[in-house]
Ligand binder design. Structure first.
Ligand code: ARG
Length: 589
């Protein structure tokens, strides 16, 4: 199906044509069209143009208006203020445009021109460690960006850069050798994510304790690191056990989050081991990196420590060990040269921004990143507790992600159960909706504020039925479905010949913007703008219900059909938009 140009772009085009017809000396000037409260749109471009042409803006504006032929799209154009144009669209154009959108599976949303390949690095927890709220953010924001980018036609390759390598494995493996049953499962065969993690946790704490208190164990652990790096078979096999156990846990969390993670996309730090030496060699040979006190370093003019001395990016330590930076630089080579990425997107905590700034700059200097490939960190802020301080338990420990999700589901289920009778839900539906509402609430809270800002994790607020929450949006969707069920045989039919009420126009004009919002979100990597759009859509729907009865009191046939058409398109837009955010929309709630 063909994409449907938005009303805004149609109007923009007509104004641009009129501008060049009326003022040929203007060249191709932008009318600068915006949505407006006073009319449907406002064009502000003539002000700047008048300045440039040294003319009177109101006179120029009048000339442009004269050059616009009256037609079925533009109802009224008036010059206002110092030289703005206030533009009102015909009701007919609104309904016709929406009808064209409704006929299309993609709701008329165009594919992006010049789509490329984005490799997105997100949902990257660490082996043998509990996942925390920071990992939640990366997973939720990343998954939304994956869907949004795919929807615009981008080819998307996912990479879960899990922390699966490092010196801590020496201690873990050595401990397991000395306590061989620590990772055994209670039941042969099956193991829950919970059990896997609790084993790993126990082992991690015990081995850390020993490492810090027992010099001889420390020595054995260090030698184990050497074996691991040398690729000793037995050592590697034990390392693999840690990775496998952790994955059982990760997948159980992602599953709870209603999120699909494919094993082939889990390419952790260890996946780049074979490239590290070459990465360092290339950096050193090109002079991008230099030896400094034995370490291989990259220096930056604008990166200095508190003492004023430059802080380098260390790609190889003086003992020969490779760290986080060498791995990330190797991953860039792999993603650009092997996977053919045109964009590298990293959904990572803002506290790692300096690291990425230095890594990207290094890659640019050596040419792994260039004009054809861009790298972007979609940086996110910290999750705070209700008290505004970083999220911790009362005992000061990091909050376990699983506990949070379970609590969200529990609260959401209580909210859903209250409406059980009214919505006519079975017990199974209450359970299922509890999941969808609870997980949706957590995701939406994360996605509805600008990523880089810190946000408060407040479950009371998250599952509230009023306000900017996912439940509010889910109810809006379910309410439309219930209206459709109660429509008594009436069908959604667009009637462009009808005059629209103000609430119908407002809803219609907002529906028309869906594609533009998506295009913007896909280029700016700001999923919160999609959330804001959907919330606004649900709010306009609420106003519409107050003012425009759909079924009861029964409106005239065509009016009722046209309203059903509007709410049906609203539901489809909500459903599509929420799906892009990774949030389900139950049919009954
Ligand atoms: N595992 C890291 C952490 O938990 C995040 C990895 C981010 N991605 C990367 N390519 N460095 O903080």
């Amino acid at each position: 199906m063909a994409s449907v140009p938005s009303l805004a772009s149609t109007v923009q085009q007509r104004l641009a044509d009129a501008l060049s017809a009326a003022l040929p000396e203007a060249g191709s000037a932008d009318p600068l069209l915006r949505r407006s409260d006073r009319a449907d749109f406002q064009a502000n471009g003539i002000l700047a143009l008048a300045k440039r042409l040294k003319g009177n803006p109101r006179e120029l504006a009048a000339k442009v208006v004269d050059a616009i032929p009256a037609d079925d799209v533009l109802k009224e154009i008036e010059v206002s203020g110092p030289g703005f144009l206030n533009i009102t669209i015909t009701d007919e154009a609104i309904v016709r445009t929406l009808a064209a959108r409704a006929a299309d599976d993609r709701l008329g949303v165009a594919y992006a021109t010049g789509a490329g390949t984005t490799v997105i690095d997100y949902a990257q927890p660490n082996v043998a460690k509990e996942m925390h709220v920071g990992h939640l953010r990366s997973a939720v924001i990343g998954a939304a960006m994956v869907e949004i980018l795919k929807f615009t036609g981008e080819k998307v390759i996912r990479r879960h850069h899990i922390g699966d390598w490092g010196t801590q494995f020496g201690m873990l493996i050595q401990y397991l050798i000395e306590h061989p049953h620590e990772l055994d499962h209670k039941d042969e065969g099956t193991v829950s994510g919970e059990e896997a993690m609790s084993n790993l946790n126990r082992l991690y704490k015990a081995s850390r304790g020993l490492f810090d208190s027992d010099e001889e164990f420390k020595d054995r652990a260090r030698r184990r690191v050497v074996d691991l790096q040398a690729g000793d078979k037995e050592t590697l096999a034990l390392w693999q056990r840690f990775v496998d156990e952790s994955k059982i846990y990760f997948y159980s969390v992602f599953n709870k989050l209603d999120m699909e993670i494919d094993d082939v996309d889990v390419v952790g730090e260890s996946g780049y081991n074979a490239m590290l030496a070459e990465t360092c060699r290339l950096l050193e040979e090109s002079g991008v990196a230099v030896r400094s006190n034995g370490a291989l370093c990259v220096f930056f003019d604008d990166v200095k420590g508190p003492d004023g001395n430059p802080v380098p990016l260390i790609v190889q330590k003086s003992d020969g060990g490779y760290g986080y930076a060498a791995t990330d630089l190797s991953a860039i080579r792999d993603r650009v040269q092997k996977l053919g990425a045109t964009t590298l997107l990293y959904v990572v905590d803002a506290r790692q921004s300096l690291h990425f700034k230095m890594v990207f700059e290094t890659a640019r200097r050596i040419g792994w990143l260039n004009d054809d490939v861009k790298a972007v960190q979609l940086a996110f802020g910290t999750v705070l507790g209700k008290d505004g301080k970083p999220f911790k338990t009362r005992e000061g420990e990091t909050v376990r992600l699983v506990d949070l999700l379970d609590e969200a589901i529990e609260r959401a289920t209580a909210v859903v159960a209250e409406k059980k009778e009214k919505a006519g839900l079975t017990d199974e539906e209450v359970v299922e909706n509890g999941l969808y509402v609870g997980i949706g609430a957590v995701k939406y809270a994360d996605l509805s504020t600008s990523a880089v800002r810190d946000y408060k994790f407040d479950l009371d607020q998250m599952v509230s039925l009023n306000g900017d929450t996912s439940v509010y949006l889910q109810y809006a969707y379910a309410r439309i479905q219930s209206i459709k069920r109660n429509a008594g045989g009436r069908k959604p039919v667009a009637h462009p010949e009808l005059e629209l009420a103000p609430a119908e126009r407002a809803l219609g004009l907002h529906l028309d913007q869906f594609g533009e919002v998506l295009a913007e979100v896909a280029t700016s990597y700001e999923p919160h703008k999609l959330a804001a759009y959907l919330y606004q859509l649900a709010s306009l729907l609420t106003t519409f219900y107050d003012q425009c009865p759909v079924v009861r009191p029964e409106p005239p046939l065509e009016v009722g059909e046209n309203r059903l058409f509007l709410v049906d398109l609203t539901a489809r837009t909500l459903h599509q938009g929420m799906a892009l955010l990774g949030i389900r929309t139950p049919e009954r709630l």
